[in-house]
Design a binder for this molecule. Structure first.
Ligand SMILES: NC(=O)c1ccc[n+]([C@@H]2O[C@H](COP(=O)([O-])OP(=O)(O)OC[C@H]3O[C@@H](n4cnc5c(N)ncnc54)[C@H](O)[C@@H]3O)[C@@H](O)[C@H]2O)c1
Length: 286
């Protein structure tokens, strides 16, 4: 039975089971914006499980200041990096290596943004400058991070990289817009780079395909409220929460999953393999 940590009013973990799964491990967490962020929960859970972490986000997100609370609670430095900028990423990795006196064992990519979604532009009328941005921020950034990580030799042998994705990469969810294409690319990069990093340094790379979750990025999708209840009704276990997602990610960062790589792993309460449920049929009969 582990401890629940309270530092600066922030609960490090929402329940009292910890297993020291990440004892001695070091990692980088990209994408904690506020306490609803999936990355925020992952950061908390990693630290509860014994890891030391570095936090990173875009300079503009850091200006919000929320992340300082997480940094204090996790005793983690914050290094700014816009993931569309290779120089920023180089600098981040140099700072991280200096901070830890060596490389890291895990990296979380929890980053997504689509200007087309933000501006409610219909998929069929996508603005291509915006679409480039969507791809660059939400998908190519994983390639950029991995390329720079290889160059700076920042990920240790048997290290683990996880990126967050959504089932719209495989099935059509019309209002997910060009983020669906970005997620398909993200999952492709995971497989391709997963092969090369695996051969080169036994680094594993996977995506976790999470249930719809109320966060800043999630709530930006049109009709999100209706959709989240639909997903709840379509999932035998119900929607997975951000905290549960963090638990799953911790397992992927741990030594218990060393041979899992190049996979898209659904963390969705069974949604992805459910055809229909009585609750949805009942709703249709009303
Ligand atoms: N919320 C959901 O329903 C849901 C479901 C499945 C997958 N996901 C994925 O989870 C990940 C995290 O999203 P979230 O839901 O926690 O929302 P969030 O808004 O809290 O996180 C998105 C993060 O991306 C960062 N970001 C945006 N542009 C950036 C840039 N140029 N450089 C660096 N960072 C940048 C933001 O600052 C923010 O921290 C995303 O990949 C998202 O697509 C979310």
């Amino acid at each position: 039975m582990g401890l629940v940590g309270f530092i600066n009013g922030i609960t490090l973990k929402n329940y009292n089971m910890t297993y020291n799964l990440l004892k001695g491990k070091k990692g980088i967490i990209f994408g904690a914006l506020d306490e609803k962020s999936i990355a925020w929960k992952v950061a908390q859970h990693c630290v509860s499980e014994g890891a030391e972490i570095v936090l990173s986000n875009a300079p503009i997100a850091l200006r919000m200041g929320e992340i300082n609370k997480l940094a204090d609670a996790c005793k983690a430095p914050i290094f700014a990096a816009d993931v569309t900028n290779s120089e920023d990423i180089d600098k981040l990795f140099i700072q991280t290596k200096e901070h830890f006196g060596g490389g890291v064992d895990f990296v979380l990519h929890s980053i997504g943004m689509s200007p087309n979604v933000r501006k409610s532009i219909h998929y069929t009328e996508s603005n291509y400058d915006f679409m480039h941005k969507t791809m660059d921020i939400s998908a190519m950034s994983l390639h950029r991070i991995l390329q720079a990580a290889m160059k700076h030799d920042v990920i240790n042998e048997w290290g683990s990289v996880v990126a967050l994705t959504y089932i719209a990469a495989q099935r059509v969810f019309p209002d997910y817009n060009d983020m669906a294409d970005a997620k398909a690319l993200l999952e492709g990069i995971t497989r391709s780079f997963g092969y090369h990093y695996g051969v080169k340094k036994r680094v594993r790379i996977n995506t976790v395909s999470q249930s719809p979750t109320r966060t800043t990025a999630g709530s930006g999708v049109k009709g999100f409220d209706g959709f989240i209840s639909y997903a709840e009704k379509m999932s035998p276990l119900g929607n997975a929460t951000a905290d549960q997602c963090a638990d799953y990610v911790v397992s992927l960062f741990s030594d218990l999953t060393r041979m899992v790589t190049m996979q898209n792993l659904f963390h969705d309460g069974g949604f992805s393999f459910t055809g229909v449920t009585p609750e949805v049929i009942e709703q249709m009969e009303k």
